[in-house]
Design a protein around this ligand. Sequence first.
Ligand code: NDP
Length: 487
Amino acid sequence: MAVYKNYIGGNWVPSSGGVFSSINPSTEKAIGYFQKSAASDVSKAVDAAEDAQKKWSNIPAPRRGEILLSIAQLLRKEKERLARLETTEMGKVLTEARGDVQEAVDIAEYMAGEGRRLFGNTTPSELRNKFCMTVRMPVGVVGIITPWNFPIAIPAWKLMPALVCGNAVVWKPSSDTPLCAVELTKLIEKAGVPKGVVNLVTGPGDPAGTAIVRHKKMRGISFTGSRDTGLWITQNAGIKKVGLELGGKNGIIIMDDADIDLALDGVIWGAFGTTGQRCTAASRVIVHEKIKKKFENALVNRARKLRLGSGLDSKTDVGPLVNKAAVEKSQRYVEIGKKEGAKLLCGGEKHGTRGFFYKPTVFTEVSIDMRIAKEEIFGPVLSIISFRKLEEAVEYMNAVDYGLSSSIYTNNIKNAFQAIENIEAGITYVNASTIGAEVHLPFGGVKQTGNGTREAGITGIEEFSEIKAVYIDYSGKLQRAQIDIER
Ligand code: NDP
């Protein structure tokens, strides 16, 4: 079986820590061996990045943008191959994997255009003959740490703005998807990104990830993953520019005036798409009590019919969970839900004997204080909560530590606007599910979902650039701000 290497300073090199395997979650078979990097490997990558960063930031941003465009073109060309590889490595169904690669194409194209913008501002001075503006500078060497659930798109969401802003990066992908990372890196290399600008170091969170977080030369950290890891990073990164995109416990409100069939489609997609393993997955349905019974019956009927299997099979609706631990976690929460007094309507168990499959699971009679209604499960486990008034539904929606995505199904514009105004989340959809972010809009959440960073769109540039304020005094004399102002 193939042994894949780290990419440091433009060379594919072994690590000092041995290798580990990546497993196909449908078959439980290994698909390759990858470097189990140690802190010393991270240090080599940081040194290479430091060397390359100055030269890279010296290349005019429009030219950097052109290189990003080449990455986009290569991604487009390789879309099918990458999507199949992604399905094989982490399980999501092929149509979704194609979407994941497309998202990387989209962000590469969007950020390529930023090469000709990277706007600063001009603004008047309070003094005469003085000019004020802001310009953008790169952060420097940035550490990028990514999860497995969008193994091409999430890294691209970070790498593309980082590169166009003139940073060099050390990237550690999840140990569940190192092959996707190697293949994306190969395309970046092929597109002409200079040696040392992107460095790939595979291996476990500890020591490879922790070494990135703690490294003194690292000026920024961009992390997407669980809240617990995010919290650890905040406590250990020291003084660095840190961007955190963490978990979610997203809900869908269904009003009694909603189009129920439309809402049903949205709930099935939100809860069981990617087997519930999206940070924006819907894991709570907050449904009006008048339509609860009807909705519940229809939902269970649909959930039971979903076909589980390999994501490469075009008949499959729901692929496997990413690994054995994820199956155990879903099972643990099902037991917790039962003990808490929630009523299991369907699913609640593993599926088949090979592969990490778990049946789409629906609980009803769930109350907001139950753990299944509050904690991120990251599996196909959905809780139904009922309400009488919109205010109550919004209160339930907000009764969690997270605030990433949210949705309301209603045909009443007043309800829609009240939800937009009062839901505590970074994203609110109206008459659409909790998933479906587009790359030119800001992505991120409030409360324990993050620390205020928004990725994608123009806000993606904020994360990977520093702003410098520039004052140009052409008066030829000493002018003191606040003091020499004529009033
Ligand atoms: P983890 O936090 O377990 O891991 C994320 C990455 O961090 C992996 O590369 C992991 O390495 C690494 N890591 C683990 N511990 C440390 C550490 N102490 N220091 C540095 N790096 C570390 O999350 P998952 O991979 O399980 O991803 C699922 C989570 O990601 C969910 O909570 C989900 O909600 C969230 N997520 C958030 C998104 C958002 O934008 N808000 C989008 C997508 C997912 P390794 O696994 O190799 O050991």
